[in-house]
Design a protein around this ligand. Structure first.
Ligand SMILES: [Fe+2]
Ligand SMILES: [Fe+2]
Length: 301
């Protein structure tokens, strides 16, 4: 016969929709990063190509993360697990903060003469189309893109060579974003499972979203590079492409992780990397701007 304690434990496991480990807390924090003349134009490995690739990624964040928030919020009422409910609150807050901090970076990139506003208009067109899909399909897109961001976040925190290639004025933004993407990597996924999202939906949208991100990301990077064509160099671009897609490349090394999502019964926390959060969290907190050190209530809607 089961003891009451064991029975309670089992009942909790069945009812608990959240599978985020208990040592991970998901809380929003405004950072107040500032980007000024001290940020070099080619802040990533001193490379024209690599810096514009990451600038292009940053332009995607504010609107992309708003899409993530809307797609999760649409199912908020269907969540009964109090732990997952709290995590959804944390997820929404964190993504809202990422939008604000990346908007500050994007303003800086725009001030360097990059066509950020044009690119944002084009992104609006793409996201408007995505928003015509059924709500659960939109959530499947969010789960897929959260898988991609969690993969990149894990790599950024795990690999010293990636962080060390970033100029010190940019590194805190990307490290902070990577920590929070790791913290909330399973929230959209757990909501998707709660509302009975299917294997076919989630895997189809991983392929679909990866292709869409590849097309839009490449287009944005090309726009940035064209706008800054006078500093274009074949050698730099070839080196950058090798850095991304060559042996042990930033993106090529992620391919096996990308495929893990196709495993039936997959869960983002099958790979428990919560140790990375603990490793970087204290250091990153020292970058919180003084006005946000006692919380960030004013900036949360
Ligand atoms: Fe984010
Ligand atoms: Fe995220």
């Amino acid at each position: 016969m089961l003891s009451t304690k064991t029975a309670e434990k089992q009942a909790k496991a069945v009812n608990q929709a959240s599978k985020t480990p208990d040592n991970v807390s998901i809380k929003a924090q405004r950072m107040g990063f500032e980007f000024d003349v001290q940020v070099p134009r080619y802040w990533l490995e001193n490379s024209h190509f690599l810096s514009h690739t990451m600038n292009a990624l940053s332009v995607l964040f504010p609107q992309g993360e708003q899409f993530f928030v809307d797609s999760v919020r649409a199912f908020r009422d269907q969540i009964s697990d109090p732990k997952l409910k709290a995590e959804v609150r944390g997820f929404i807050g964190q993504e809202a903060m990422h939008s604000l901090e990346h908007s500050a970076m994007n303003d800086h990139v725009r001030d360097q003469g990059m066509p950020v506003e044009d690119m944002e208009k084009h992104l609006t067109v793409v996201l408007d189309i995505a928003q015509k899909l059924p709500k659960r399909h939109q959530l499947a897109i969010t789960c897929a893109l959260e898988h991609l961001t969690a993969m990149m976040a894990d790599m950024l925190l795990e690999r010293d060579d990636i962080r060390e290639g970033m100029h010190e004025t940019m590194r805190p933004l990307w490290a902070w974003h990577a920590i929070e993407e790791t913290e909330h990597k399973a929230v959209a996924y757990d909501v998707f499972q709660t509302v009975e999202g299917t294997y076919a939906e989630r895997t189809f949208y991983l392929a679909f979203s990866t292709a869409a991100l590849g097309i839009v990301g490449s287009y944005f990077t090309s726009r940035m590079m064209l706008n800054d064509a006078k500093h274009f160099s074949v050698a730099d671009t070839t080196r950058g492409l090798w850095r991304l897609w060559g042996k042990n490349g930033t993106f090529s090394s992620l391919i096996p992780t990308w495929f893990r999502y196709f495993k039936p019964g997959y869960h983002p926390w099958d790979h428990d990397n919560s140790e990375l959060i603990a490793r970087f969290k204290a250091e990153i907190q020292s970058y919180i701007a003084p006005q946000y050190q006692s919380g960030n209530r004013k900036t949360l809607q």
